[in-house]
Structure formats: structure tokens, C-alpha cells
Design a protein around this ligand. Structure first.
Ligand code: OOG
Ligand code: NI
Length: 460
């Protein structure tokens, strides 16, 4: 069973499990499907673009989920588990400066074909216990984490077989999906006592969410929408309570990077194991549903401009965006982003974004009298010989991720941890380096250019 097939099957199984666990997520998925159908109906140019890039088939597939891990050993085994599904760690996100005591990566497929076969990815965070100030509490947390085993024996065995044999049979692959799923399941019973849970939550909700449970329950899944503003409005009217603002860039004709919003995390009943062994009723808030609208991936130059304009808008607002200032925030955001070109030709010419190059059916190179070479690239595009299509952004944004974390932990505290950003320590825990996402986009752009030129030369 190919890694792509295992990933696809896993993503379907995970979606099914989560819909059962959090029925409101099903309502959100229905709304997203309706809005996507409407957009494709009313804007055939978007349908056309998605067909050209092979994204049409993947549109309705699950896009991403998120988990939070407690120890280096858990992260290292999780890397091996995701490797079975062709998912590699890409990017490093430090959330500490935004007041969330974790650092993270995204496990995902990396090449164009695999991404189109299944774009499923998992935003994976590692708790930074070193940021807990209270020494006793830190030790209690460490002890609780050391006592748990989040992987079934069956999944570990299959991971080892995969590593030794270089693959799994169909039967093993199907078994792997079932075994792996167990790690992500919700557990209503907490193995820790309520008073310890409360102390941990007092330090940070997130610490209680990781340390207080038997495993890293999937905390949200996120389908892709073609019109996030429309879904945000639709949520209100269907009784799905949305978070205050949409994270990321403002609404544009040519979407860039990633816009995200979610429904607010549910308050759920859990029971805590008392010191006397009896279970005691309580509550926990962690799980939600998210939506995302993805746009074109930006080059380092484009990303620098994005960061600059986002900071400009946020500095002008002066406080964290919330319910009471949402309208003003959107206005400041759209004013700031007036400086970001909003058509694909300009984004390409100014090298702000990454593109696929494709031979267009409209004109042959011969008819234009142009030589097929990189020197004439701009003219070949202008004359309609080469078509450019946006390469979709597959990764995450640290400021947005912090906003998603915070709205769902109900901690809009503006405090930040000043521990050093520590990619090296993260990679040591992971047992591997994370890949540079920008290098991956540049490589895919370059490969598509070479393939496009070769096809045109052959046609000539
Ligand atoms: C992860 C939050 C980040 C995103 O889409 O940016 C995230 C979490 O809450 O564990 O999923
Ligand atoms: Ni997310």
C-alpha cells in the first residue's frame, strides 16, 4: 500500500472519527461544501485554475489537523509514524513570543503529485515544560508525561516493519491506519487529579491539555474553503459560534498564503482520577473546528512584505484583535495591504510569489517567433505561450497559529515567554531536521519551468 494511499485512508478515518466525536464539525463541513459549490458555480475561472493545477480533486479532502505532544520521545516516534504516510516535518514555528509555550512543525507530503493525491497535514506542537516557572509543578507534569504511552504496540510494530521492509502490504497498511488512529482518539477520563489539572491550567490551559490526558487527542480538523468570509458569516446564522476575526491577510482578488478562522472550542465534560482512585466530574475546553482559505505561496521577498504589512496593521490597532475591534482591524489590514500587488502577473513579475509554468494551448512559440528559453520567459508569458498558475501555500503562519491557539484556549493574554527560539532543540527532540518550506516551493517552481520549456521545445 503506497504511502499516499495510507495517508489518504488515514485522513478519511480521522475525519470520520472526529465527526463522531465533535458533531458540530460535520455541520461546518456541510457549510464549507455548500459555499465551495457556489463559488465554483459563480466563478468558472477559479474552477479552471484548480483544474490546471490538479487541485480540483483534492478540494473536498481534509486539509489539516493539529496535535500537541508532551515529550521528545513522543515527537520522535510521531515523526516515524508520519513517515509511514509519506509525511515529513516541514518548517519550524516558535509560538513562545506570542504567549503559547510550544514550538511546532507541520508534517506533510512535499512533492506536487503526492500533495494532490492527499494534501493532509498535521500541525504538531511540542510542549515546552522549561517555560513553566514553578519547579514542583514542572516535575509533576514531567512525571505524568513519563508515565504515559501514547502509541499502541501494534502501531510501533508496523512502523518498524515499514522501516525494515521499506513499505507495508495492503493488509498491513489498513491495520496501520486503525492502530495509528488510536493515538489521536479523545479520552473522557483524565489520569490526573482535578487539583493538579487546575494548577496546570493556572500556569497555562495548554499545559493542562497536554499533561492531563492519556494521549494527544486531535484538537481540530480543517477543510479548505474557497470563500472564508462567506463561511464565517454562514457560521453565525447556523448556530456555529465563530472566533472573533479571520487570521492572516485580508480578502483579495488573488489570495496569498493562508486565511483561517474556527468555531470556538467546546466546553466538554471530563472526569478526573481522584487521589482516592474515584473519578470526579469536571470540564475541559480544547476541541474545535477550523476552516482555511489557501492562496499562492510567497517568495522570501513576498513573505517579508507580508510580515511588514501585517505588523503595520497590528501596530496601528495597538491591541490584540478581538470582537470589539474586528471591523477596525479589517479596515487597517486592507489599508496596509493596498501596498501588496493583487494580480498574478504583477506578483510573478516582481518575484513576490511562486508559480507553476505550463504550456498554454492558445499559442505556439513558433507563431510568436520567440526562442523557447528562460531568457524569453516574460515575453513567452505575455504572448500567451506559457501560462502561470499559483503554487498553493501548504504551510502555516506563526502569528495566525498563535491567534488560533489563543481563541480556543480562552487565553487572550498578551504576555509572551522570552525563552529563546530553539529550532536546534526541537530538531534534537524530533531526531531529524525540518525541511525549509521556501526551498521546497522554489524547487517545485523550477521543476515546472524545466518541464514546461522541454515540452515547448519538443513541440517546436
Ligand atoms: C494548533 C493551532 C495552529 C493552525 O492552523 O494554525 C493551527 C493547535 O491549536 O494545537 O492549527
Ligand atoms: Ni489549524
Amino acid at each position: 500500500m503506497s504511502s499516499d494511499a495510507i495517508r489518504h485512508s488515514f485522513s478519511l478515518a480521522m475525519s470520520k472519527m472526529y465527526q463522531k466525536e465533535v458533531p458540530l464539525y460535520t455541520d461546518l463541513m456541510d457549510l464549507v461544501a455548500e459555499v465551495n459549490d457556489e463559488v465554483l458555480d459563480q466563478q468558472p475561472e477559479i474552477a479552471e485554475q484548480l483544474k490546471h493545477t490538479g487541485e480540483m480533486e483534492r478540494l473536498s479532502m481534509e486539509r489539516h489537523g493539529a496535535i500537541r505532544l508532551g515529550t521528545a520521545a513522543e515527537l520522535a516516534m510521531m515523526r516515524r509514524l508520519f513517515a509511514v504516510m509519506g509525511m515529513q516535518p516541514v518548517g519550524y514555528y516558535d509560538l513562545a513570543p506570542a504567549g503559547v509555550p510550544v514550538h511546532s512543525t507541520a508534517f506533510r507530503a512535499v512533492d506536487t503529485v503526492s500533495l494532490n493525491n492527499s494534501p493532509f497535514r498535521v500541525f504538531t506542537s511540542l510542549l515546552r515544560l522549561d517555560l513553566i516557572a514553578d519547579e514542583t509543578l514542572r516535575q509533576q507534569a514531567q512525571a505524568a508525561l513519563d508515565a504515559r504511552n501514547i502509541f499502541t504496540d501494534g502501531v510501533v510494530k508496523l512502523i518498524e516493519i515499514y522501516e525494515q521492509e521499506g513499505g507495508l502490504t495492503q493488509e498491513q497498511g489498513e491495520q496501520f491506519v486503525q492502530e495509528a488512529l488510536e493515538t489521536f482518539r479523545w479520552h473522557e477520563q483524565s489520569p490526573i487529579a482535578k487539583d493538579i489539572y487546575e494548577q496546570l491550567a493556572g500556569q497555562h490551559q495548554l499545559i493542562a491539555d497536554v499533561v492531563g490526558f492519556k494521549g494527544p487527542h486531535i484538537n481540530h480538523l480543517t477543510p479548505r474553503t474557497l470563500d472564508i468570509d462567506s463561511v464565517q458569516q454562514g457560521m453565525q446564522s447556523r448556530g456555529i459560534p465563530p472566533k472573533a476575526i479571520i487570521e492572516g491577510p485580508p480578502r483579495r482578488d488573488c489570495p496569498i498564503l493562508l486565511r483561517q478562522t474556527s468555531f470556538k472550542a467546546l466546553v466538554e465534560p471530563v472526569s478526573f482520577k481522584g487521589h482516592d482512585g474515584q473519578y470526579e466530574a469536571g470540564q475541559h475546553t480544547a476541541r474545535f473546528g477550523e476552516i482555511e482559505q489557501r492562496g499562492v505561496a510567497l517568495t522570501p521577498k513576498g513573505r517579508a512584505l507580508y510580515d511588514q504589512l501585517l505588523n503595520e496593521a497590528r501596530d496601528k490597532l495597538g491591541v490584540t484583535p478581538n470582537e470589539s475591534n474586528a471591523e477596525l482591524y479589517y479596515q487597517l489590514l486592507s489599508e496596509a495591504f493596498a501596498a501588496f500587488p493583487d494580480d498574478y502577473q504583477a506578483l510573478h513579475e516582481q518575484e513576490l510569489a511562486y508559480f507553476h509554468y505550463q504550456p498554454s494551448e492558445a499559442h505556439s512559440a513558433q507563431a510568436t517567433g520567440l526562442d523557447v528559453s528562460t531568457d524569453n520567459l516574460q515575453q513567452l508569458i505575455e504572448q500567451g505561450v506559457i501560462r502561470i498558475e499559483p503554487i498553493v501555500y501548504e504551510d502555516f503562519l506563526p502569528v495566525s497559529a498563535a491567534g488560533i491557539f489563543q481563541s480556543n484556549l480562552h487565553t487572550d493574554t498578551a504576555n509572551s515567554y522570552d525563552g529563546q527560539s530553539n529550532q536546534q532543540e526541537f530538531e534534537q527532540a524530533l531526531g531529524a531536521s525540518v525541511q525549509d518550506e521556501l526551498a521546497l516551493y522554489a524547487q517545485r517552481q523550477d521543476e515546472s519551468l524545466q518541464a514546461c520549456l522541454a515540452a515547448l521545445q519538443q513541440a517546436a
